[in-house]
Design a binder for this molecule. Structure first.
Ligand SMILES: Cc1cc2nc3c(=O)[nH]c(=O)nc-3n(C[C@H](O)[C@H](O)[C@H](O)COP(=O)(O)OP(=O)(O)OC[C@H]3O[C@@H](n4cnc5c(N)ncnc54)[C@H](O)[C@@H]3O)c2cc1C
Ligand code: SF4
Length: 338
């Protein structure tokens, strides 16, 4: 047992003060990831700063027609929040594809963004892992890498980000509001998580003294033509092998705007602006969707046990875009993917 202190933050400024004063401290919200990591001896915080009672639990409409979601809104409340269910069903579907009802009741919006990879070596302190211990090596490159990355990997790390919610937030062009010693700032969702490069110990661009206070959604929710399709080893309570958030704005059969984000394939939710731009003005046909899949996956690279994910991702992208175009968002998991 490693001793740690516990303190409860009274407001956001207090939370920032406490984390700035002790770089080895950690915020705790729902605790569904952090406590597991402490039990496995992966995280050893000197102090837990409990932020779970801060007033960051509301969902509010913004002046420009979007939504501002407090960092402590539980995942289950968010999925069933009426405005989210009606206007951002892509986000609701992605949240409900993750974890279990009990976990979603505890898991917070901010904690979901900052949950850590599920690479088995990251959890196993007996093995080298550059993310857990920089410079020690990556056991996964030549090890059991079936669940790991095919896009944006580096020599140092091939881990994936495990969140479902974040894949939808990436597709929806969300923003992350944060507060720190230097004041408040807003980070575009695409810039929040990082690729591993040579510093895989850093999952995000959040500074050590910053707290996530809210996530903001723009007005456009793609509520008519969307799909979140998650392929996993069993139908519930499993992380994605590949997931796709697809959203389309159509004018008849012509694509006016497309959004495509992938989960389970990279160190961050994977979005490719050039593919989305190339879809604009094209007909929403199987040929177009196959072209999009090839384009997104053009630089994909598999390892010994996960090369199958490239072809799987190709099929999932085509199916997700097809379902989105038809306005039939539910994944038909009992049907074989062709
Ligand atoms: C068995 C199991 C299965 C799961 N399956 C899935 C799944 O299929 N899909 C999926 O998406 N997720 C899944 N999850 C992960 C779950 O969604 C996350 O554990 C959860 O979202 C984390 O939220 P939390 O509030 O509990 O975070 P915590 O555990 O409290 O914190 C996680 C990290 O975030 C930091 N943090 C928390 N809030 C803030 C904040 N506001 N500002 C700055 N830092 C903060 C903490 O310091 C910590 O480092 C699963 C988890 C478990 C245990
Ligand atoms: S893939 Fe990343 S998290 Fe997994 S062992 Fe390698 S360095 Fe660690």
């Amino acid at each position: 047992m490693i001793n740690f202190q516990y303190a409860r933050a009274s407001d956001v400024a207090d939370a920032v003060r406490m984390i700035a004063a002790d770089p080895a401290a950690k915020f705790i919200a729902g605790g569904t990831n952090l406590i597991d990591l402490m039990k496995e001896d992966v995280e050893r915080p000197s102090r837990l700063i409990d932020i779970s009672r801060l007033p960051l639990k509301s969902v509010e409409e913004t002046a420009d027609g979007g939504l501002r979601i407090g960092a402590l809104v539980p995942n289950s409340d968010l999925a069933y929040q009426p405005l989210v269910a009606q206007r951002y069903p892509l986000l609701a579907s992605a949240i409900l594809a993750g974890a279990s009802q009990q976990l979603r009741n505890m898991a917070s919006t901010g904690g979901n963004l900052l949950q850590r990879t599920r690479c088995a070596y990251f959890y196993d302190t007996a093995t080298p892992c550059n993310k857990r211990e920089p410079g020690s090596g990556c056991s996964a490159r030549n090890g059991l890498n079936r669940m790991l990355g095919i896009l944006g990997t580096s020599e140092s790390c091939i881990a994936t980000h495990p969140s479902d919610m974040c894949v939808a937030l990436a597709a929806l062009d969300a923003k992350v509001h944060v507060a720190g010693s230097a004041g408040e700032r807003t980070i575009a969702f695409a810039d929040f998580h990082r690729l591993p490069g040579t510093t895989p110990q850093h999952d995000t661009n959040l500074q050590p003294d910053e707290i996530v206070t809210a996530v903001e959604l723009p007005a456009q929710g793609f509520a008519k033509n969307y799909t979140y399709l998650k392929i996993r080893d069993r139908l519930s309570y499993a992380f994605a092998l590949v997931s796709v958030a697809a959203a389309l704005e159509l004018d008849g059969d012509t694509i006016k705007q497309a959004r495509l984000a992938l989960g389970g394939v990279a160190h961050k939710p994977w979005r490719d602006a050039s593919t989305e731009a190339a879809l604009r003005g094209r007909a929403a046909t199987p040929a177009t969707f196959a072209y999009a899949a090839d384009m997104v996956l053009r630089d994909a690279k598999g390892f010994a046990h996960n090369a199958f994910k490239i072809e799987l991702a190709r099929k999932v992208i085509v199916r997700a875009l097809t379902q989105a175009a038809r306005g039939t968002p539910q994944s038909q998991s009992n049907k074989k993917i062709r």
